[in-house]
Design a protein around this ligand. Structure first.
Ligand code: EPS
Length: 391
């Protein structure tokens, strides 16, 4: 069973991740992992923090001579900003540091501040935000990049692009997958949109938000190509892969809605114009579809088409023009706290989306094909592919 956990606070010493359940013999491309970490830091509208960090994954366990050995993989991503925070974030209780430190309150509407303070009985929202922060997603991207390498070795590629930012939406036919995949090579993702003209308008949306001292959200789309039919199951509710993907993508900070395929538009359309008609390619002996509005999943099972999942992000909740909040002591109405933050994180969230989709697909892969070594996993997978071809 593929499992992963992360630990670490936004301004703590670093982020950690443990990934277990991968077969032995997977070659780790460290540059690939660090490239995804770099992509996650980028995008127009990021705040000052991203100029401080340089996010590199240090592999501490589970990899030898560049290959997995079947034991849990442990990774560390150091926080450079720790140098500026080590007094405020000290593990020991130092009275002189406490005296200099100003607690973060009043709580920001939309952030985890109030819900977390009530839950843990804190008066300082920093105790909550440190873990709620999207900084944690650096650890997810590191484990997700390893999952992407696993999938890649079996012929599956995962990529993302931004399809909407504020009021600007990319319209028309789905973007060709090769163009979405090629975005990963771009040194500066700007807003990770495949259409430069639309991207320029998206950039204006971010500029408008900056000028208005506001923030802006949007939508990213993750596409996985090469996924075989038959991952996931309709046998039990929690084995449905679309449900697992929805949870994985919904768990990304600031995501408030998830869509599989064109699920939202489908709800308003007639059945006859929604469902993807089935054909058969005799030459290559496989079933075909004329469209992919189901986003590659039917009955919670992959159908062999691209898996397409969208994450919808609310605008960042830390605002330079703060909304109303309440003072914890007096209970009077006051303005919410402000501290350094981002204005737009949609392209970065897309990279996190890739990681979450890859981890979910890799787990489903290993549930179906198993294997303690990559050789065994590949043999099992090839035998299944042959069965599907002969169907
Ligand atoms: C975040 C606030 C900002 C973001 C951070 C998420 O950090 P800081 O308070 O240090 O300026 O940059 O995201 C990251 C650090 C990251 O790596 O994505 C928040 O409040 O959630």
């Amino acid at each position: 069973m593929l499992r992963y956990q992360t630990a670490g606070e936004s301004h703590g010493q670093g982020l950690m991740a443990i990934l277990s359940g991968l077969p032995a013999g997977l070659r780790i491309d460290f540059d690939f992992v660090n490239r995804d970490l770099r992509r996650r830091r980028g995008g127009y509208g990021r705040g000052g923090r991203m100029k401080i960090e340089s996010d590199t994954a240090q592999f501490l366990a589970g990899v030898r001579h560049g290959q997995t050995i079947g034991s849990p993989i442990a990774m560390l991503i150091a926080n450079r900003d720790w140098e500026n925070w080590k007094e405020a974030m000290a593990v020991e209780d130092r009275p002189e540091a406490r005296a200099k430190y100003k607690p973060l309150s009043p709580p920001r509407p939309g952030h985890a501040d109030l819900a977390g303070c009530l839950k843990y009985n804190f008066r300082d929202a920093r105790y909550v935000l440190e873990r709620a922060s999207a900084r944690e997603t650096a650890a997810r991207v590191a484990v997700g990049a390893v999952a992407k390498l696993f999938l890649k070795s079996l012929g599956v590629e995962v990529a993302s692009h931004v399809v909407a930012l504020g009021q600007v939406t990319i319209a028309g036919e789905p973007a060709p997958f090769e163009i979405v995949l090629a975005l990963q090579e771009r040194e500066d993702p700007v807003l990770a949109c495949v259409d430069p003209a639309v991207e320029a308008r998206m950039k204006e949306e971010v500029d408008r938000a900056i000028a208005n001292r506001d923030t802006v959200g949007g939508t990213f789309e993750v596409i996985a190509r090469g996924v075989p039919p038959g991952l996931g199951s309709c046998a039990q509710w929690d084995e449905r892969l679309d449900g697992q993907l929805a949870q994985a993508v919904m768990s990304i900070q600031a995501v408030k809605a998830v869509e599989v395929g064109s699920g939202i538009a489908n709800a308003a359309a007639a059945g006859s114009s929604v469902h993807d008609e089935i054909g058969y390619d005799r030459e290559h002996t496989h079933f075909t579809r004329k469209s992919n509005r189901a986003g590659g999943l039917e009955g919670g099972i992959t159908n062999g088409e691209d898996v397409v999942v969208r994450g919808y992000l609310k605008p960042i909740s830390t605002l330079r023009r703060p909304l109303e909040s309440v003072d914890f002591e007096s209970k009077e109405t006051v303005k919410a706290a402000y501290e350094r933050s981002d204005v737009c994180v949609v392209p970065a969230a897309g990279v996190v989306g890739e990681a979450m989709v890859a981890l979910t697909l890799a787990r489903a892969f290993l549930e179906k094909f198993g294997g303690d070594s990559m050789e065994e996993t590949r043999c099992n997978f090839l035998a299944y592919q042959e069965q599907v071809r002969r169907f």
